[in-house]
Design a protein around this ligand. Structure first.
Ligand SMILES: *Cc1c(COP(=O)(O)O)cnc(C)c1O
Length: 429
């Protein structure tokens, strides 16, 4: 459920008509709903009620500081995957001991930054990384809390680009080698083992792969404890899928996920950490765009929008489906047309969808891509020198621009012309 619904014929974000925001901000823009973000966070908190838990929002899904602050105020920690995300979380007011650092390629600088700024836990993905954290923590006179990310070799049954829990994926340490790696952790200075970490992929639409992975984690927890390791926390990653198509998708609910977690892991007395990203932010955001032209091809109609693959890359990158709806509510029985919906970028890959049946649209009409809150704005670029798409946050009847659209001067002003190109006549020698 989200808070983007038609009221008096106009698609609203909570109580604000999106067309009103479009008039003030211009298109395209991303718009997020505070109430939806809040609701999704609370669904997870309720789902894990009864077991000690800590919810770390995977901020790579949508990392604007206004979103982070909205969630942090509810008690969320953050799962970060770079020094930049760590800095963003801290700037948004998240304390260091609410931050979990994930990712396969943490650099010395990033490890130092987190140790100096404060960190709840490093999720360690390899032995060389463990050695680096040990070396840096020792040099700084600190102790680094760590969990080892294990790769349980289960098929998450999701898109290949977002499956992370098979042995062929670059993530984590094979679960079969965990005993060895935990023994190494215990032998190295500057480290404190606090738990086990696992994350098998994203947009999972079935609980079975999670349950298979968590069952393996439960066994591992018991055997590591028997070997003398103090396993206090189980970090279960993120990955719960969302319905991108309202008509035919019903992924499991946080409630069912929570019940399964309690059933498979509850007896261990561990603190449960989860790292949801998509489920919190995905349906809490839309991308609003304007129709520039409707172009009739030989055998198809192209709906040419002012949003493009640089603003929302998911269809091009993951073959993702997004429901597209007009901001003006179509009359019951309104005429439909079939469209290939495309952007202005000079690539055939800049196609959001082909052969989509939509209410008839015309130049100037506004549409919203639903479920665009996660892996949307964060993956945008300035390809084709299109300024980064702005972001807006709605809260009840208020809205605020939380990232303005850069002007052309700001966008091109970051280029630096070297000395040897400064003179006008340089080309002539
Ligand atoms: C991406 C990621 C997540 C979040 O995944 P979602 O599918 O967005 O919930 C959580 N943990 C780690 C380590 C990740 O890489």
């Amino acid at each position: 459920m989200d808070h983007f619904i038609y009221q008096n014929g106009a698609l609203c974000a909570e109580d604000v008509p999106l067309a009103q925001i479009a008039a003030e901000v211009g298109t395209p823009f991303y718009c997020y709903s505070t109430q939806t973000l809040t609701r999704h966070y609370k669904l997870f908190a309720e789902a894990l009620d009864g077991v000690p838990h800590f919810i770390c929002y995977a901020m790579k899904a949508a990392s604007n500081q206004a979103i982070l602050r909205t969630l942090a105020r509810l008690g969320a920690g953050m799962d970060v995957v770079s020094g930049g995300e760590y800095a963003r979380a801290r700037a948004a007011g998240v304390p260091g001991d609410h931050i979990v650092f994930s990712g396969v390629g943490k650099t010395d600088d990033e490890i130092t930054q987190a140790l100096q700024g404060g960190i709840r836990q490093f999720n360690v993905e390899s032995e060389p990384e463990m050695q680096a954290i040990s070396r840096i923590a020792s040099a700084l006179g600190k102790t680094a809390p760590i969990a080892v990310r294990v790769n349980p070799d289960v098929d998450a049954k999701t898109h290949a680009k977002i499956a992370t829990g098979k042995s062929e994926n670059k993530f984590g340490i094979p679960i079969s080698r965990a005993a060895e790696v935990y023994a190494m952790a215990a032998s190295l200075p500057g480290l404190q083992v606090v738990g086990i970490d696992v994350h098998i992929g994203s947009q999972l639409t079935d609980l079975a792969p999670f349950e298979a992975a968590y069952t393996k984690v439960a066994e591992l927890c018991e055997s590591l404890r028997a070997q003398g390791h103090d396993i206090q926390r189980l970090d279960l990653g993120g990955g719960l899928g969302i319905p991108y198509s309202r008509s035919n998708e019903t992924p499991p609910l946080p409630r069912d996920y929570g019940a399964m977690v309690k059933r498979t892991l509850g007896h261990l007395g561990c603190e449960i950490e989860i790292e949801p990203g998509r489920l919190i932010a995905g349906n809490a955001g839309v991308l609003v765009s304007k129709v520039i032209y409707v172009k009739s091809g030989e055998d198809r109609n192209f709906l040419i929008l002012d949003a493009a693959m640089n603003d929302l890359i998911r269809p091009a990158m993951y073959d993702a489906h997004h429901d597209i709806v007009p901001l003006a509510e179509p009359a019951a029985g309104a005429e439909q047309d079939t469209y290939d919906v495309v952007g202005p970028v000079c690539e055939s890959g800049d196609t959001f969808t082909k052969g989509r049946s939509l209410p008839r649209l015309d130049t100037g009409d506004l549409v919203a891509f639903r479920s665009a809150g996660a892996y949307g704005a964060v993956m945008s670029s300035e390809y084709n020198s299109r300024p980064l798409v702005p972001e807006v946050l709605v809260n009840g009847s208020d809205f605020a621009v939380i990232r303005p659209r850069p002007s052309y001067a700001e966008m091109i002003g970051r280029d630096v012309i070297p000395d040897w190109l400064m003179e006008d006549d340089a080309a002539d020698g």
